[in-house]
Design a protein around this ligand. Structure first.
Ligand SMILES: NC(=O)c1ccc[n+]([C@@H]2O[C@H](COP(=O)([O-])OP(=O)(O)OC[C@H]3O[C@@H](n4cnc5c(N)ncnc54)[C@H](O)[C@@H]3O)[C@@H](O)[C@H]2O)c1
Length: 262
């Protein structure tokens, strides 16, 4: 099968229109999928729509914690492209702080976006996937769901929950031929990583210098690119991974292979 038409006739809903979500949406659309990409940030959607000129990719402003908006987005994807086969959940927020310094509203919002958003796209998308005889869901987790740095309590909790939710969804929907897997990146060059850099090094931080330092912590000696993660997402979304479900794939330049002692 040529990579150009691996996803011909397939329809994907992607949440997150910047960074990894944008790269995944473009990767699937370039391989023939019709894609509806959602983001709460209209500017992120607008930039992706521009980058996607000529592709079957539309963007839509959606808050993944608002059930009616998610339901409408799922329906719009099916209406625009004739059904739904793939869901990629890449919308997320990354609050910083110890549990002592994370207020209840911040903690709840983090869980609502990073975990609840996945449940909502699945709740409304699964009936459409089932109607097509199966499909694939790819959830963005993180290395921080396996082992974490300091000061990311809510985010790490949410990513551990993404691993658990992925397994639960995989078991519940295996009989529908719906495969559910997660991807756990290390540091990847996106606006979220830039936020991390500014949080740890200050607003005026030299981003490339901080990214080099983050990269040096990864055995491969660099941070990842969104397109590299999109490649793994495409593998998990398509027929090449037909016997893979309930799994988490690290894509972290070897970060989690080490114990941090030199
Ligand atoms: N970049 C990294 O280093 C890295 C590492 C590990 C995991 N991840 C995960 O990868 C995924 C993609 O992250 P990214 O780096 O591309 O981040 P990003 O910040 O570039 O993209 C996330 C997008 O989600 C959107 N979003 C936030 N809240 C939303 C809501 N309520 N409804 C709809 N959209 C909302 C944001 O507006 C943003 O455009 C996330 O799950 C993130 O946790 C990223």
């Amino acid at each position: 099968m040529r990579a150009m038409d691996e996803f011909a006739g397939k329809v994907a809903l992607v949440t997150g229109a910047s960074g990894i979500g944008a790269a995944a949406a473009l990767r699937l659309a370039r391989a023939g999928a019709g894609v509806l990409c959602c983001d709460i940030d209209a500017a992120a959607g607008g930039a992706l729509a521009q980058a996607a000129a000529g592709l079957r990719l539309v963007t839509r402003q959606v808050d993944v914690t608002a059930e009616a908006e998610v339901q409408a987005a799922v329906a719009a994807a099916a209406q625009a492209f004739g059904g739904l086969d793939i869901i990629v959940n890449a919308a997320a927020i990354h609050p910083f702080g110890t549990v002592e310094h994370t207020d209840a509203a911040t903690f709840a919002r983090c869980m609502a976006v990073n975990v609840g958003g996945i449940a909502l796209t699945a709740r409304h998308g699964i009936p459409l996937l089932r109607a097509r005889g199966g499909g694939a869901i790819v959830n963005l987790a993180s290395v921080q769901g396996h082992a974490c740095q300091q000061g990311v309590a809510a985010y790490a909790a949410s990513k551990g929950a993404v691993h658990a939710l992925t397994r639960a969804m995989a078991l519940d929907h295996a009989r529908d031929n719906i495969r559910v897997n997660s991807v756990s990146p290390g540091s990847v060059r996106t606006p979220m990583l830039a936020l991390s850099a500014r949080t740890f090094d200050g607003a005026g931080a030299d981003l490339e210098a901080v990214f080099r330092r983050f990269g040096a912590a990864h055995p491969l000696g660099r941070i990842g690119e969104p397109e590299e993660v999109a490649e793994l997402i495409a593998f998990l979304a398509g027929p090449r991974s037909a016997f893979v479900t309930g799994a988490d794939y690290l894509i972290d330049g070897g970060l989690n292979a080490g114990i941090g002692v030199r």
